[in-house]
Design a protein around this ligand. Structure first.
Ligand code: URA
Ligand code: ZN
Length: 374
């Protein structure tokens, strides 16, 4: 793996935080999602978030949740260590998906978005952070009001959203007014998986979180976005902008099959103005796919200007150094190498590393970057 050197402004569009108030909420819960006290004195608390994780012997103790998950100074240290100039931070899963549509949830969403804006303004952030807002998704009406607020927060550029919508998936017609509001305010939806897909579990092999994250997440995105496209939303709202996590799951690879199956199905063939890949090619994709093959497939399928570097920080820290010492993260370097060693044109690489995100999200390179390039 070549260590990367670039004069590009590097922007991380896929990087998370658990805001302090959110973690505090999880500490007071005893069903998923929740935070457990440290297993041993002196260790970090444990985060249990994925569906069924508490019941599975190999995952029931979750993952350690140290300062990298909530402290802005750790985010900046991580960015410095990996040469990242700007980050667009989003709340990590499962956002507010599990909370009822009450006034308490709506108020929490409003406070979290203000907290996100404040984090971007924090002195420690040194002008290097932007954010995606969080919606109280179980209330569509509340989410629309929150979109109006988010649009007025100077450092927020969109919203992070899971695939459940308000409970019935993204093709639920109830969500249309919310999508309209997001498009009207020119915000971007960062679509991120959480639920996986229901596949039989094995009684024989313990797999920890590995398969849920490696396969369940991308399959979930693949299915949810396909359903959204088949609902015809992009004929109705061609300006709705979606950034898909993990290079769109398996969509760049399966788009042809999706086109063919739709064209041959009498129920859906005439519903859409175009084949599914027409809409898919207009979506935005992060490059959190770890292999050159994945990056090249995404570049080959979609417009290379629609693809953007991400890290998924603070997830996937080096195992032997979970508390974030000065060691570079293998997860980041794999993603960087997949972009920089892929044989792609220099302009394409520079676009993926940062320029595409600057443009899509209307970001200004920070003063530290301008100084670096003088
Ligand atoms: N695990 C998660 O739960 N979320 C992520 O975004 C990455 C890993
Ligand atoms: Zn993520």
């Amino acid at each position: 793996m070549t260590l990367f050197k670039s004069d590009a402004c590097v922007v991380d569009v896929h990087t998370h935080v658990y805001l302090p108030e959110y973690l505090e909420l999880l500490r007071h819960r005893n069903t998923v999602p929740f935070v457990l006290p440290p297993l041993k004195k002196g260790e970090d608390e444990r985060l249990i978030i994925l569906p069924g994780e508490d019941k599975d012997h190999s995952t029931q103790n979750g993952r350690p949740v140290g300062a990298a998950y909530y402290d802005v100074r750790e985010k900046i240290k991580f960015m410095d260590l990996h040469g990242i100039d700007l980050s667009v931070v989003s709340l990590a899963n499962p956002w507010l998906d599990f909370l009822p549509p009450t006034q308490t949830t709506l108020d929490l969403a409003t406070r979290m978005n203000v907290e996100m804006e404040e984090m971007c303004l924090d002195k420690a952030a040194a002008g290097r952070l932007y954010g995606f807002g969080t919606l109280p998704v179980t209330s569509v009406e509340g989410s629309i009001k929150e979109v109006e607020r988010i649009a007025k927060l100077p450092h927020l550029r969109g919203v992070i959203m899971g695939t459940a919508g308000c409970g019935k998936g993204l093709d639920d017609p109830e969500l249309i007014p919310l999508f309209e509001a997001i498009a009207r305010h020119q915000l971007v939806i960062f679509l991120h998986p959480h639920y996986g897909v229901s596949l039989p579990t094995s009684a024989n092999t313990e797999v920890g979180h590995s398969l849920a994250l490696a396969l369940g997440f991308p399959f979930e995105t693949t299915y949810a976005v396909s359903r959204l496209i088949l609902s015809g939303i992009f004929d109705r709202l061609p300006d709705l902008r979606l950034l898909l996590a993990h290079s769109g799951g398996t969509l760049p690879f399966l788009a042809g099959r999706l086109d063919s199956c739709v064209i041959h199905d009498p129920l859906v063939a005439s519903r859409l103005q175009h084949p599914p890949s027409y809409y898919l090619k207009r979506l935005y994709y992060d490059a959190v796919i770890y292999h050159e093959t994945g990056v090249k497939a995404t570049v080959d399928f979609a417009d290379p200007k629609n693809i953007m570097f991400g890290t998924d920080h603070p997830f996937f820290p080096p195992l032997e150094n979970q508390n974030g010492g000065p060691e570079r993260w293998m997860s980041v370097d794999s993603n960087l190498a997949a972009i920089t060693d892929s044989g792609l044109d220099k302009t394409v690489v520079q676009g993926i590393l940062g320029e595409n995100a600057l443009k899509l999200l209307n970001l200004s390179p920070p003063a530290s970057f301008k100084k670096k390039t003088l």
